[in-house]
Design a protein around this ligand. Structure first.
Ligand code: NAP
Length: 293
């Protein structure tokens, strides 16, 4: 439970539509309770046509900061006074804070995505090859993350050539130019054997379609032993894709840690403190999802 709410309690929250399944209130309110902070984090269901008036209302009532989820991650940008260069590169904002009476947006998904690759699975990524399935919003954070880590090659695989080309062109001014290629799904068999990191950013395999996988059994057998398979999906845990990859001898990472770590990064911004209790957030989510420790 959160602490007593008074006239001084500061407001945080998440905007989305729908937002009722968001896990963010669970993990943020767990920290608020643990640290006995005078904050509360609420879900705000906001329809797209009400976004502008809602953000003006947030300023009027003194909201300190908020998370942004589907469908507002791009639409929020023109309503902000500033966005960080990283959010600009990705073209999406997932975290907003009130600074000097202005709304400032950033994107913590990149930090969330790379966290397990920088800690538990840390290695020299400079000779390595990343293969990314999907070319939507989350794939943009993954490409930015792989760039930060210094991958030698980044291959993005999608099903629609026009959207793939648009994705490719949106990075044309970045330092990525020579390392980054887009491919249609048919090219996967030639890419899988080269992959040191294989990331699923599509919703294939997400609850309730838990028996689906973005890869066939014939495709996954060519994943090199010791490669890392990373699924951004966190329900189910593990997905069919990760089960297949693990059988193949891959190291597997599911999306729960990314969810926790992007939340950690957001909370650091709102509270303006460097240390937040990560384990409290992780445990709150695991308890909520019935995953135990
Ligand atoms: P999105 O913008 O809608 O992108 C989804 C991508 O998947 C698109 O490129 C889409 O292709 C592709 N796709 C969808 N269905 C497909 C299919 N049947 N076959 C092949 N490709 C398919 O969604 P998003 O925001 O990137 O989110 C993607 C996933 O990441 C979701 O499962 C989300 O829950 C997860 N996620 C997790 C975290 C975390 O913290 N763990 C954070 C963000 C997102 P088209 O472009 O051709 O439509």
């Amino acid at each position: 439970m959160t602490n007593e709410i008074t006239g001084k309690t500061k407001l945080l929250g998440v905007i989305g539509h729908p937002v009722e399944h968001s896990l963010s209130p669970v993990m943020h309110n767990a920290v608020i309770a643990q640290l006995e902070l005078d904050y509360i984090y609420l879900p705000f269901p906001i329809e797209p046509q009400n976004l502008e008036v809602a953000i003006a209302g947030f300023a009027a009532v003194g909201v300190v900061g908020f998370s942004v989820t589907i469908p507002h991650k791009q639409a929020i940008i023109p309503l902000l006074s500033e966005i960080t260069p990283l959010a600009q590169t990705i073209g999406a904002v997932n975290t907003v804070s009130r600074q000097n009476h202005k709304w400032v947006g950033t994107n913590t998904d990149v930090e969330g995505f790379i966290a397990p690759l920088q800690t538990t699975y840390k290695q020299d990524w400079s000779p390595k090859v990343a293969v990314i399935l999907g070319n939507g919003g989350a794939a943009r954070a993954v490409v930015a993350g792989c760039t930060q880590l210094g991958f030698a090659q980044i291959h993005v695989v999608g099903r629609n050539m026009q959207r793939l080309q648009e994705f490719r062109n949106s990075w044309s001014n970045s330092s990525l130019a020579d390392k980054f290629q887009v491919h249609q799904w048919e090219e996967l068999p030639k890419l899988i054997p080269q992959a040191n990191l294989l990331v699923n950013t599509t919703p294939i395999g997400m609850y309730p379609k838990v028996d689906e996988s973005p890869l066939s059994v014939e495709e996954i057998v060519n994943l090199p032993t010791g490669a890392i398979a990373y699924d951004l999906i966190y329900i189910p845990k593990p997905t069919q894709f990760l089960q297949q990859a693990e059988k193949q001898g891959a190291i597997v990472i599911d999306g729960l840690e990314m969810l926790v770590q992007q939340g950690v990064a957001a909370l650091k911004i709102w509270l303006q403190q460097e240390i937040v209790p990560v384990e409290v957030m992780r445990q709150a989510l695991q308890n909520h999802l019935g995953l135990g420790k």
